[in-house]
Design a protein around this ligand. Structure first.
Ligand SMILES: [Cu+2]
Length: 508
């Protein structure tokens, strides 16, 4: 099975048509033998589970209009797509128990959708065209409305093709009415790697890397060199932390809340204040090493769930992951650095207390060392660990493929959204599911499961996205408590688009 690259014929029209058929009628030709037993997004049981989520709060409404707009990046006008005509989408803030009602008015000339990353929400609002909804047509409106049942730092983004490689993403913060963490203010930080309109479009870059990439034999640039740019490809960018190849896509820019290095977002604070950093990695192919020079951060949450507080010199965030950390403000300017892991590039923001001089971008450190962890290496707070239980079902997901043919997949299968159940991973309500992510490739993958959070091992962090290093196996567990059809995929935008996706399918 191969994925055709003509996005217009494959993903633009046929998915919408297939989705309409699958969701409305389920034609016999597309059925697998177990098809009629699957709990589809429109099944009454999905609504039943949604009705169990407490909604004691208010309705938070948000208008989101994906639209083309023009902004200045890298010193020139760049036309790209974003929500409400801006590089930085609205930060949606709500509380546990609220209903979120988001109306999408599609101002693009192609279909779109929104996925609510990390939330255990009703399946029919998960935003995956071809699986949970019909894509929102150009010029059409669609309303998402669902209960917010868990506090934390989440985000939303388009789930159509390469659209999130433009600016179609934003932060979603669910506050906890019973918040026990003490802090004075929070700072939402969205990080992104950027090329659109500067060196190429997402479609051009995908087409280029899909041709396959030459072997790196004899081209060892050494860890930390940042690699060598060849067209849209980045050759030889390596990271010891990530176990080798750090990323393959060349990005001219890295954005910190939509801003370039040299023009940083700057927030005011007073010495001694505790700022809760809520950091989201919205990038396509870049992990960030985040830290403050000569000062430790206290990590408190990953992917919205609390962890045993851990002081670190830096934290590495894969694509799709979030981290919450407490920064205690010192007098003067404090840079919050986000180093593009293995790529020798950076972006940053500043905290200022109103004294001292603004540090120029060329004066900032380019390395963060010492105690460095990723969210998957943290330990869950006992309040969020699953009760002990023997797994009812185990799924082994071998991550497969490679650079030579750019044929990323799972268990040697490349996902085809026109046949989403062809290699589905079945499960049933009430089961404890064990998932083994077995990385058979030469590259790391941030693996994401929709609609659930899993626990890493017996007492590891609760997460929805976890870094799996080359030749490593990461075993996670989740409780099958949210019926429907749920996508699972690598959160590297290029790996996902080339086939490293699958479906966890609830069956009756
Ligand atoms: Cu991947």
């Amino acid at each position: 099975m191969t994925l055709p690259l003509n996005r217009r014929s494959f993903l633009g029209l046929s998915v919408a048509a297939a989705a309409a058929a699958a969701l409305a009628a389920c034609t016999p030709a597309t059925r697998t033998p177990a098809q009629e037993t699957r709990i589809m997004p429109g099944d009454p049981v999905v609504a039943e589970y949604e009705s169990k989520r407490p909604t004691f709060g208010t309705t938070v409404s948000q208008q989101l209009t994906p639209t083309p707009f023009t902004t200045m990046l890298a010193g020139k006008p760049v036309t790209t797509w974003g929500f409400n005509g801006a590089l930085v989408a609205p930060i949606i803030r709500a509380k546990v128990g609220d209903l979120l009602e988001a109306t999408v008015s599609n101002g693009l000339t192609e279909t779109t959708s929104i996925h609510w990353h990390g939330l255990a929400l009703r399946n029919n609002d998960d935003g995956v065209p071809g699986l949970t909804q019909v894509a929102i047509g150009a010029g059409k409106d669609y309303s998402y409305k669902f209960a917010l049942s868990h506090p934390g730092t989440y985000w939303y983004h388009s789930h159509v093709e390469m659209q999130r490689e433009r600016a179609l993403y934003g932060a979603l913060i669910v506050e906890d009415p019973q918040e026990s963490l003490k802090y004075d203010k929070d700072w939402v930080i969205v990080l992104d790697d950027w090329f659109d309109g500067v060196t190429g479009t997402p479609e051009e870059v995908l087409a280029a890397v899909s041709e396959g990439m030459p072997s790196m034999g004899g081209m060892d640039h050494g860890s930390g060199s940042g690699g060598m740019v060849m067209g849209h490809m980045l050759m030889g960018a390596t990271s010891d932390f990530l176990g080798g190849d750090a990323g393959d896509i060349a990005y001219p820019l890295h954005l910190f809340n939509g801003r370039e290095p040299g023009n940083p977002e700057t927030i005011n604070a007073t010495p001694g204040e505790r700022i809760r950093l809520r950091i989201i990695n919205a990038a396509g192919d870049t992990a960030y090493r985040i830290g403050v020079p000569n000062q430790q951060l206290t990590l408190t949450h990953t992917d919205g769930f609390s962890v045993q507080h851990t002081d670190v010199d830096a934290v590495v965030l894969g694509m799709g992951e979030r981290i919450d950390a407490i920064l205690t403000v010192k007098d003067g300017y404090t840079p919050v650095l986000a180093l593009a892991e293995g790529k020798a590039q950076m972006t940053y923001g500043l905290v200022t207390t109103g004294t001292g001089t603004v540090p120029g971008k060329d004066t900032l450190p380019t390395e963060l060392r010492g105690k460095v962890v990723d969210g998957g290496q943290l330990t869950a707070d006992p309040s969020v660990t699953f009760p002990a239980k023997t797994a009812d079902r185990t799924h082994e997901l071998r991550l497969t493929g490679g650079m030579a043919d750019y044929d990323w997949g799972i268990n040697d299968q490349r996902f085809d959204m026109t046949k989403p159940y062809e290699n589905a991973f079945d499960l049933k309500v009430g089961e404890r599911v064990e998932v083994k992510f077995i990385n058979d490739t030469e590259m790391w993958h941030p693996m994401h499961i929709h609609g659930h959070t899993f626990q890493i091992g017996i007492d590891g962090a609760r997460k929805d996205t976890v870094i799996v290093r080359p030749k490593e196996t990461v075993t996670v567990y989740f409780d099958a408590d949210n019926p429907g059809q749920w996508l699972m995929h690598c959160h590297n935008a290029f790996h996902a688009e080339r086939g490293m996706m699958g479906v966890f399918s609830y069956i009756k």
